[in-house]
Design a protein around this ligand. Structure first.
Ligand code: HXC
Length: 510
């Protein structure tokens, strides 16, 4: 018995010291925390229950039978974040570069399987050289097993991937399947093929940071949702983020008590929309003035900024917010913003989070780049996402809602539950200038006639009454009352029940 306890202590000590002090020092020198330090910072103090500390790889090739470290490069288990259950795995770069062996993969799969059963989120802290080269196809099989778990867990429990070191090759596809990807500036990167392969194949010279660093993925590709300055900030912000999310598709997001009154009036909103329809304004001001305590957790702020997505709370309950941003590209929808918003809407719907949509959209962005890039398919994603969503949907049109984009942005016709318009709303097939040029082409040489025709068009369509008279909006509201009206609407919708027809699954235009 004593001998077993001695061995146990020895193995525990070996697992805790990972790849040894010199590798831990190297990790620290790079500004990175170790796998265990990350877990300690991420979870509530003393709540971590570790599993599979004694798991070792089974590889005998290349002298690997002489190199075994208990835990095999990944620390797994569960604990709490602000008192709520969360499953976690954290790859240990000090052990074989955090590379994934069959045993390492089994540990991750076990955590995801258990999280599905327990109905709690999984947070993966990725820091790995990819498939364990010495294990060959066993490692590849391990990745596929992880992908399979990620897919089965999708829409059942929230999955968050934090990229805190290398994430290369097929390894990137596990994070890509999960719901959110957070990166750390300067120490993390993600790419399918690294700079050396890129140079050989395409003759492009590019650094790892340029190819797949945090900035690249939060600005250019949109693969990552946020980038943080360092490990500590990333972990603490992820704790905050989790507070917005339900633990699974079976439960609602946590109620967050607030002293912010539902009837808070914001008179400054009455002058938010400028007189000149071609002038922009910051839609974020509206978001911040509507949500509880001005607390808005924005995702992908630097990518496709013509649409804003993120979480806030209304009367203590989480809402997903999708809003056109007139300050960027006049708020027009394009490929990137359609994809960005569609995926977010689907996340909210999968996890019973009501959606608040704020609309000021002049239409879809014209141009060959958009058409050749398949805006038709990508724009359809957003229609599909809104149309299939059965969660409460509240929409406020602040100014323009033109053309197909009017339909798309959670209109009444896509089962919007409550649709409001501000007095400044203009809902039409297109803006006055374009419309007059088409339907009164014969008058184009007569500026006086065109002026009169434009005025006539504006009187007919550039107001909320044409849609109001058809019941396509439920009410015209004063901007200063927006929060109150949204609070009441969401309270009314709290027990909303709506089901789509049975099917195996729909066929979203991918
Ligand atoms: C086994 C690995 C490893 C790997 C790193 N190590 N990657 N061991 N399998 N994939 C080990 C190194 O031997 C080294 O061991 C330690 O980890 C640290 O690695 P270094 O190279 O010293 O660190 P660094 O200079 O920081 O470089 C990190 C790195 C580099 C950029 C990740 O190690 C690298 O390029 N590794 C290979 C990456 C790769 O091609 N992976 C396969 C991707 S394809 P010691 O003992 O010296 O500390 C893939 C397929 C998935 O993953 C398919 C899914 C479908």
């Amino acid at each position: 018995m004593q001998e077993i306890i001695r061995q146990l202590d020895e193995k525990r000590a070996a697992a805790r010291s990972g790849g040894g002090q010199h590798r831990i020092d190297r990790q620290h020198l790079r500004g990175k925390l170790t796998a265990r330090e990350r877990i300690e910072l991420f979870l509530d103090a003393n709540t971590f229950e570790e599993w599979d500390m004694f798991v070792e790889h089974r590889c005998t090739e290349f002298g690997m039978d002489q190199q075994k470290i208990p835990g095999d490069g990944v620390v797994t288990g569960y604990g709490t974040v602000c008192g709520r259950l969360v499953f976690v795995y954290s790859q240990d770069f000090t052990v074989f570069g955090g590379s994934l062996s069959a045993a390492h993969a089994e540990k991750i799969c076990k955590i995801v399987d258990q999280a599905i059963k327990a109905g709690a989120p999984v947070v993966g802290l990725n820091d790995s050289g990819g498939a364990r080269i010495q294990e060959g196809v066993e490692a590849l099989a391990g990745y596929a097993e992880v992908f399979q778990r990620n897919v089965l867990a999708s829409g059942v429990i929230p999955q968050i991937s934090m990229i805190m070191g290398p994430c290369a090759g097929g390894a990137v596809y596990s994070p890509a399947i999960t719901d959110f990807i957070f990166m750390v500036e300067n120490t993390s990167y993600m790419f399918v093929t690294g700079p050396d392969v890129v140079k050989t194949v395409t003759h492009e010279e590019v650094t790892a940071e340029q190819l797949g660093g945090a900035r690249t993925h939060t600005n250019r590709s949109g693969v990552a949702d946020l980038a943080f300055d360092n490990d500590v900030e990333a972990l603490l912000m992820t704790r905050r983020f989790l507070n917005f999310l339900p633990p699974s598709n079976r439960e609602k997001a946590p109620f967050w008590p607030t002293s912010d009154p539902a009837d808070r009036k914001e008179y400054s909103l009455d002058t938010l929309v400028p007189h000149d329809p071609n002038k922009s304004y910051d839609m974020k001001e509206l978001i911040l003035k509507v949500v509880d305590e001005h607390d808005f957790f924005e995702l992908q702020p630097d990518y496709a900024a013509n649409v804003i997505i993120g979480f806030g709370r209304i009367q203590g309950s989480t809402v997903g917010i999708v809003a056109n941003q007139p300050m960027v590209q006049a708020g027009a929808l394009d490929i990137a913003s359609s994809r960005k918003a569609a995926r977010f809407v689907r996340f909210c719907d999968a996890f019973n989070i009501p959606i608040l949509t704020l609309v000021d959209v002049p239409g879809f962005l014209p141009g060959t780049a958009q058409e050749y890039g398949a805006i038709i398919k990508h724009g359809a994603k957003l229609i599909y996402a809104y149309a299939e969503a059965t969660v409460p949907k509240v929409t406020v049109i602040t100014r323009k809602a033109y053309g197909g984009a009017y339909d798309v942005m959670s209109s009444k016709h896509l089962r919007g539950d409550v649709n409001f318009a501000w007095p400044t709303a203009e809902i039409a097939v297109m803006g006055p200038k374009g419309a007059v040029e088409i339907i009164f082409r014969q008058d184009m040489n007569d500026p006086e006639k065109i002026k009169n025709r434009t005025e006539e068009y504006c009187t007919k369509f550039a107001n909320p009454f044409a849609v109001g008279s058809r019941g396509f909006i439920d009410d015209v509201i004063m901007p200063h009352n927006t929060r109150t009206r949204i609070c009441r609407s969401l309270a009314m919708l709290r027990e909303k029940k709506l089901e789509n027809p049975w099917r195996k699954h729909g066929n979203i235009p991918l």
